[in-house]
Design a protein around this ligand. Structure first.
Ligand SMILES: [Mg+2]
Length: 408
């Protein structure tokens, strides 16, 4: 799987169905529950490791430029956002092509006014250009996708010609820059590029179930105000690191010493696919005791994240505690509220992310993990070794099936 880090988002459309709301505002920048809708897509991209954000603007581009300025101030250090402004409406494909100088060889592309909530990393495993397909019970309003046995799209069926449960385009793509450059200045992803790829037998479909919303019509825009915060509030899987994700080989600080627990990537990907948050919370007293530095811990976590991503798995956020009361390294001697059994790391994550606490789970191999969970009001599971996926699969399925929790 290529290490695709770029996520481009189409923001240039006119949004005429929403009337005056979008006369001076790109539809994806409309406020949903106190933040621009596109912020949802940006957040979903970032937690999956898409660190190179490309906003494709047209109509009311000044609003996009201002949004990007504000966004760049709060991005993590390893992420960036850039904006490409089309000089006139060029179509969805033309808007991408206009940004050719900024495009990576392979990139994820999102419609900016819809959110299809599934694990987008699944698209990166496709052997070529791919789109996300979503099942709908009735096809009359949509073109539908006819798949070949090998997952390729055999045919795009015109509106009104398919009946019953069908697959339709979910508006999330994994594309190659080389294909974009084959077209002229003005073209459409949907009506030019996709049919071309299908005719060449090169377009793959990844079919997924998942929450979907299109804010482009007044009724769904109104629904979105309550529905999107509810959808984003996910149960969380909190994972201890040493003894859960990797074997506890005493102050592991370098990739060559890390032995993954059997089923670790599979367990994390399952939680991702089920729509849960995944967080790591790890005591790293090795820093306080001089075995390694915080930079070593951070570098190891970046390496682990890259390895997991190759298995279409992602950790949304990481917390570690470098402090210990018996530190030998100056500056790290503390009875710190983040050090398990204290709940500080879990509470900090729940302050930064919308978490359905009642249906979350902490998995650890030590009594201090279980105590931290209890202090944070989170259920816990004592992992004693073996295959992590096998140990967690039933619990994760139950968490995903749990009822939504209304945002506070
Ligand atoms: Mg442990």
């Amino acid at each position: 799987m290529a290490d695709t880090r770029q996520c481009a988002i189409l923001l240039g459309g006119l949004g005429t169905r929403l009337g005056p709301l979008t006369s001076a505002m790109p539809k994806p920048l409309l406020d949903v529950a106190g933040q621009p809708f596109v912020d949802v897509l940006v957040g979903e991209a970032l937690r999956r490791g898409f660190s190179d954000l490309l906003l494709l603007a047209g109509h009311a581009a000044d609003v996009v430029l201002a949004y990007a300025d504000a966004l760049s101030a709060r991005l993590p250090a390893d992420a960036r956002v850039r904006v490409s402004v089309e000089p006139e409406p060029l179509g969805t494909g033309g808007g991408v092509r206009h940004a050719a100088d900024l495009l990576a060889d392979q990139f994820l592309l999102l419609n900016g006014d819809t959110w299809f909530d599934f694990n987008w990393l699944a698209l990166l495993g496709a052997p070529g250009p791919a789109l996300a397909a979503r099942p709908v019970p009735s096809a009359d309003r949509y073109e539908t996708l006819e798949l070949a046995g090998d997952g390729r799209v055999a045919r795009i069926v015109p509106r009104g010609q398919a009946a019953g449960q069908v697959l339709i385009n979910g508006g999330v793509y994994r594309l190659d820059k080389a294909d974009i450059l084959r077209f002229g200045r003005k073209f459409s992803i949907e009506t030019d590029l996709l049919p071309q790829l299908v005719s060449e037998g090169r377009l793959h479909a990844i079919a997924r179930e998942g929450y979907f919303i299109d804010i482009g019509v007044p009724e769904t825009y109104a629904d979105a105000q309550a529905a999107i915060p509810r959808q984003r509030r996910r149960p969380a899987l909190f994972l201890d690191r040493d003894g859960v994700i990797n074997h506890d080989d005493h102050y592991v600080s370098r990739p060559e010493r890390l032995r993954w627990m059997d089923g670790a990537a599979d367990a994390i990907r399952l939680a991702n696919d089920l729509g849960l948050h995944v967080f790591v919370v790890t005591n790293q007293a090795g820093v306080a005791k001089g075995h390694h530095s915080e930079a070593d811990v951070q570098a190891l976590h970046r390496w682990m994240a890259a390895q997991l991503r190759r298995a279409a798995a992602h950790v949304d956020d990481w917390r570690y505690c470098p402090y210990h009361p018996d530190a030998t390294v100056p500056g790290y001697a503390a009875v710190h509220p983040w050090r398990k059994p204290a709940p500080g790391m879990l509470n900090d994550l729940m302050a930064h992310w919308p978490v359905n606490r009642a249906h979350s789970l902490m998995v650890g191999d030590q009594p201090s993990d279980l105590a931290a969970a209890a202090a944070a009001g989170v259920a816990s599971l004592h992992f004693t070794g073996g295959n992590l996926h096998a140990a967690l699969a039933p619990r994760l399925a139950a968490m995903a099936a749990a009822p939504d929790e209304e945002p506070a």
